[in-house]
Design a protein around this ligand. Structure first.
Ligand SMILES: [Zn+2]
Length: 216
């Protein structure tokens, strides 16, 4: 079996489906965008659909979410996911905290939820595996070690998000209102790299990886 016919996520099973990276449900219906797909096994594909709804809710509820994110929040999360899954709605609503910020027109109240890292980490690792499978197929990350970090310490958050937003605007890439990434795919050493991903222009995460030592 060729490496490329194996599932991009587990690296073990034969791929018999295609998975969207990032998930298709993050995008508006009939967006006209050509979304990225990677070969995936049925088992992984099924598992992912469970957490995708939760993460879509979390990203789109973020107060900094882009217009597309806000539309997804109203159309798919509040009048879809949360109605079908009250338990998830209560869980997310319980983590929402409020922040009052002054702006030129007066005080505004912003709200933001908190997602569990146990949900976020596997999702970001999987996106990283998917993107690298497409961008750099010879790089096999199935046995890599990952390190996920949020690029949002409160002190520098505004500056960093502004830089990324400007990059998005400049690149004018289709879909960047939903998802954008930039990477440092080090194909020379194939040993480590980092991808930075942003969802609805709201949440920014970095993922570093390291391949197992191949000398032994
Ligand atoms: Zn799999």
């Amino acid at each position: 079996m060729s490496k490329l016919s194996l599932c991009y996520a587990c690296g073990e099973n034969e791929a018999d489906t295609m998975d969207h990276v990032p998930p298709k449900c993050f995008f508006p219906k009939n967006s006209g965008l050509k979304l990225m797909t990677v070969p995936c096994c049925t088992r992984c594909n099924f598992e992912f659909s469970k957490t995708d709804g939760e993460l879509r809710a979390w990203f789109s509820l973020h107060y900094r979410a882009s217009e597309v994110g806000k539309a997804i929040r109203e159309e798919k999360v509040k009048s879809g996911t949360f109605l079908r899954n009250r338990k998830l709605a209560r869980k997310i609503e319980a983590t929402i905290h409020y922040e009052i910020k002054p702006n030129t027109g007066g005080m505004i109240i912003l709200k933001q939820g908190i997602v569990e890292w146990e949900v976020m980490n596997p999702f970001l690792e999987r996106c990283t595996k998917g993107i690298t499978r497409l961008a750099c197929p010879q790089l096999n990350l199935s046995k890599a070690e990952f390190n996920v970090f949020e690029i949002a310490p409160h002190t520098t958050y505004d500056a960093e998000i502004e830089v990324l937003r400007n990059r998005c605007r400049k690149s004018r890439k289709a879909g960047c209102d939903v998802f954008s990434f930039q990477g440092n795919l080090d194909t020379e050493t194939l040993s480590n790299g980092v991808l930075v991903m942003m969802f609805y222009r709201a949440a920014i995460f970095g993922v570093r990886w390291r391949l197992p030592d191949q000398s032994n």
